[in-house]
Design a protein around this ligand. Structure first.
Ligand code: HEC
Ligand code: HEC
Ligand code: HEC
Length: 139
């Protein structure tokens, strides 16, 4: 990555985030808008789940997940577990081999580095759109 790209991206992130994770010096291990879900995964021997919220938000309306599927507006807040997913709830409502690839692909969801707490981290904004007023108008 060249210097200009890096500066541009850093600037976009600062604009978008002013005063949050980046300025606290927290290491960024995924992209902003990604959620780490690790209430039980690591305790049960699986790597933390990285849920790319932004990736999903541009494909589905909020209501699909936050009303119809019962996801709470809080990372770790919905009591999601693997049994419910296999039963077709939460992530499993789509990751069933029909709407999206199925639950057998453990590693695509359980892709986090060990030790990540449940939280929101990282950003895709800088990659999808130029900073500023054009945000949210990806082509
Ligand atoms: C494909 C499903 C999906 C869609 C679509 C979706 N979300 Fe989410 N959202 C989630 C999940 C999953 C969580 C985490 C819930 C959990 O961990 O229990 C979450 C968490 C959140 C959070 C809390 C993050 C935090 O700080 O902890 C907010 C705010 C949020 N969503 C807003 C939105 C908005 C606004 C939209 C529409 C523009 C949207 N979501 C669309 C699945 C979705
Ligand atoms: C579509 C995404 C997705 C896939 C695919 C997936 N998981 Fe999960 N898994 C989750 C989520 C979300 C959680 C809850 C994360 C947490 O602990 O907060 C979870 C939790 C778990 C847990 C913790 C205990 C429990 O029951 O919740 C285990 C163990 C687990 N998964 C194993 C697996 C295995 C093995 C596979 C492959 C056969 C798999 N997962 C595939 C999303 C997925
Ligand atoms: C409303 C439907 C829906 C729900 C609910 C949903 N997903 Fe997805 N997800 C999709 C679709 C569609 C794709 C794209 C599949 C493809 O590219 O073939 C996807 C892709 C992904 C990807 C790959 C993203 C990438 O960069 O390629 C991950 C990781 C993922 N989902 C995890 C999850 C987890 C974890 C949950 C639950 C917390 C979840 N999803 C809930 C529909 C959903």
């Amino acid at each position: 990555m060249n210097h200009a790209t890096r500066c541009g991206r850093r600037f976009a992130l600062l604009l978008a985030l002013a005063g949050t994770l980046w300025l606290t010096g927290q290491p960024v291990q995924a992209e902003y808008g990604d959620l780490v879900l690790n209430e039980n995964a690591e305790k049960e021997g699986m790597p933390p789940v990285i849920f790319p919220h932004w990736f999903h938000r541009i494909r589905f309306r909020c209501k699909v997940c936050h009303a119809d599927l019962g996801f709470q507006f809080k990372a770790g807040g919905s009591g999601i577990n693997m049994l419910k997913i296999i039963d077709g709830q939460y992530c499993g409502a789509c990751h069933n081999g029909e709407i999206a690839w199925s639950v057998e692909n453990c590693n695509i969801c359980h892709s986090g580095k060990p030790g990540l707490p449940t939280q929101v981290i990282g950003s895709r904004l800088g990659k999808l759109a130029p900073p500023g007023p054009t945000q949210g108008q990806q082509k």
